[in-house]
Every structure is written in C-alpha cells, then in structure tokens.
Design a protein around this ligand. Structure first.
Ligand SMILES: [Zn+2]
Length: 431
C-alpha cells in the first residue's frame, strides 16, 4: 500500500476546521462500541491473543479466491491474517459473531459523488458508504482541476471512507448542475483543459485514478466528440483510464466507443435514454460487444436517470453482464430509487445474478478496474482488513429503476457491520 492519507492515526488533530470536526464527530457515532449491539461483537478476555478480531461462522463470499463457504476470518494489525475453518476463539481478543450472515470484502463503489457542499449532487461519504458495507469509493468527476485541491482537503483527507477520485475534464467539475439549473460543465468547451487536468493529476496521483467525462446533451451539447478527444488526450498523457458517461448523447455510441481503449470504463451502461446499448429490436449493438472484446469495462452507475430494468433484463438475457456494479448514489437519488450500493446489488440479484457474481462486480472487479492500491476488494491473507458483514432479508421488496419502473425482488442485502483496516463501523446502533 502506498502512504494513503487514511493511514493516519484517528485522533482529531487540533487544527481541524469546525466543519471537519463535526464530520469527525458524526463518524465517531458510526464507530462500534461494546454493548451497542454491533452485530454480535464480544471480548474473549484473551489479552495475549495473536488476532485482534475473529469474524466467526459467516458464509465468506470472496470471488478473488473463488471462496463461498462458511469460514472464520482472523484479523491482526489491520490486515487479514487468516481465513479458515473453526479457528480457535481463544486466539482472538474480540469476536464478531457472523453466524447466519454473509461476510465479504469491504465493497468498492466505482461511481459515487461525495464532494458534499461544492458539487450540488454531493453527499457525505461516511453515512452513505462506510456505514453501509462500502469501504472504498471512487468519486466520479465531482471535482475538476479548479475544485480538486479543496476536495482533497475537505473530504478525501478527512472522512473515514477511503475516497479516490476521477478528475472531471471540465475545470469546474460538477459544480454547475442542479435539477433547476440544467447547465452542464462542458457546454463551454473552454472548460475542458487537458493541461490543467494533467497538472492536477500529477499533484494528486496517489488519489486520482482516472479522468471522467459526461457526454449527455445537457452537459456536453453538440461538441461531445471534441470534448471526448480532450479527455482522451489528458487520460493518455497521464496514463490513466477514462470513464465515459453515456446517455442521450449528440453523437452515436459507435463514434464514442471508437475512441475507447482497454482499461477505459463506460458508466450508465443500462440507461434507458436515447443512445443506448440496444438496437430497436432489443439486441445488444455490435459496437458494445466490440468494446468489451477490446477490454473496455461496462459499469452500471445506476444514478437518477441511468438504470433501466428493461434494458438490463434484455442485456442479461443476451449474456451481456456488467464488469462492475456501482451505484452513482448522490443527492438526487439517495432517498430513492438508488439508496445505496447494497440496493443496487439487490436489483442485480433480482435480475438473476448470483450472490457471488454481484460481489465479484462490487469488490474483485471493482478493485481491479482502476489502479487502486493492492489489497482492496479481497480477503486474501495480507490484504487490508476491509470486511463487510451482511444479512440477506427475504420477502417481497419493491425495487424501482430510474424510469420509475418497478420490480418485486425476494432477496435484499442488508449491511450489518463494516470493518476498515480492522476498525469496526455499523449502520444501526443506539445513539
Ligand atoms: Zn455520476
């Protein structure tokens, strides 16, 4: 692991601004404490034990090592020390009882928006991510070159969720658009500045993992291909992948996809707007298959306007599965229909993917899709001790897509507790 800012000690530095301090206090209330019902946490009394924590008896689903079976997970010094059957409880100082639960790597959401306070769509990172099984997020272009330094200072360096970023090719990032100000960040092509982007990437290479561009008409107008060429230039110069947002674009998908290379990511793959991945007969377009064949990753990015059950059902039926499942959860969908990554994953369970397949797409593949530090998205020994504990609720659950289409699913992933580098967070506890 490189020296990421989150590796710093947890004490509140005295110089924190009031807003940062308040955020830290809010985070503190998410941290588990004994006796608060954090999904079965207890002490063993073994003071000299070799493990700090043992997560016992859960069904461990870790596609990075082809594992889906009842196992114990032992954690020491913030790393996964061992995954095995019936590990002795006496060897751990604390036990997190996960019997009857699902245990996965801490999830990696590769499309979120956490520049709370500057990008209008931004939401606070910790209550929406680390409290809900997601230890690592990739902010997808909320900040551009002019707004990134403050994003780093006020969010990335401060929150407990591991935040990495894609830099928006527009210098203003996503600071301009709200539901009643539909003026996108690339309507003025002058905001797309490859030199400023490259300079910012070089200054923040430890946290910027790629370049982001949004190409819908309301954002990039009719010069989407010109803007894309500028983003391509910055991405190539930085040797980092490009994430491209599609949906109701002026140019055809064919022309857009022709510019994408191995390692690039298309987000909003299953959107239901014009310019989608299906032909008028509902068949997956050849240029989509061609892009996948070249190593372009198809990402979900559910979002407010970008996930259609109808499109996803048709694609899945034709064996076109996403490479990564991300939420694009933000201010305008966090109260529905997106809510969080767990709900997005539950929608894919309803679409017929297995639990192993959805975890693979939100952990294994997600951690590999960009240049995240090694040791994320996996429970292999030596990995970061990022672990998520889930229950699977069974019943009739109404899931809603971005077009207000409804489906009734019967399984829902519910976050119980999250560990980041061995520290425990939980969503529900007494205040
Ligand atoms: Zn987004």
């Amino acid at each position: 692991m490189h020296d990421h800012p989150h590796a710093r000690p947890h004490a509140h530095p005295p110089h924190l601004h009031r807003r940062e301090f308040l955020k830290r206090v809010a985070v503190g209330s998410l941290l588990c404490a004994f006796g608060e019902g954090c999904g079965g946490l207890s002490r063993t009394g073994s003071a000299s034990a070799k493990y700090d924590l043992l997560v016992t008896g859960g069904r461990v689903v870790d596609p990075s090592q082809g594992l889906s079976a009842v196992r114990d997970v032992a954690i020491a010094a913030g790393k996964i020390a061992r995954v095995g059957e019936g590990l002795p409880r006496s060897e751990a100082r604390q036990i997190l009882d996960a019997a009857g639960r699902i245990v996965t790597p801490g999830l990696v959401d590769v499309h979120v928006h956490v520049y709370d306070g500057v990008a209008p769509l931004g939401i606070p990172a910790d209550p929406n991510h680390i409290a809900k099984g997601v230890t690592t997020v990739l902010d997808a272009g909320s900040a551009g070159a002019n707004t990134f330094p403050s994003f780093r200072r006020s969010v990335i360096n401060v929150v407990d969720t591991r935040v990495f970023a894609l830099l928006n090719i527009s210098v203003i990032g996503q600071a301009s658009m709200t539901p009643d100000t539909q003026h996108g960040e690339l309507l003025s092509l002058g905001y797309a500045n490859p030199k400023a982007a490259l300079r910012t990437i070089e200054e923040h290479r430890d946290v910027i993992l790629g370049v982001k561009i949004r190409l819908s008409r309301e954002i990039a107008g009719e010069h989407d291909l010109k803007a894309l060429a500028i983003a391509r230039e910055a991405s190539d110069a930085a040797k980092l992948p490009l994430m491209v947002h599609i949906g109701d674009t002026h140019s055809s998908l064919k022309d857009i996809f022709a510019i994408l290379k191995k390692g690039d990511v298309v987000t909003h793959t299953f959107h239901g707007r014009a310019g989608g991945i299906l032909d008028p007969n509902g068949r997956v377009l050849p240029e989509v298959r061609d892009a996948v064949g070249r190593g372009v990753n198809l990402d979900v990015g559910h979002g407010r306007g970008s996930f259609s059950f109808d499109v996803a059902e048709k694609a899945v039926r034709q064996d076109l599965l996403p490479g990564t499942i991300s939420s694009d959860v933000h201010r305008y969908n966090v109260d529905g229909p997106v809510f969080d990554l767990a709900t997005t994953l539950s929608k894919f369970l309803h679409l017929g993917l297995t639990l192993e397949q959805v975890i693979e797409r939100a952990a294994t593949n997600a951690a590999r899709a960009f240049g995240f530090p090694r040791g994320l998205g996996s429970l292999r020994e030596g990995s970061e001790a990022d672990v998520a504990v889930w229950s699977i609720a069974e019943g009739d659950f109404e899931f809603v897509d971005a077009l207000a289409q409804k489906r009734i699913g019967h399984r829902k992933l519910v976050p119980v507790a999250t560990l980041k580098s061995g520290r425990i967070y939980a969503k529900e506890q007494k205040r």
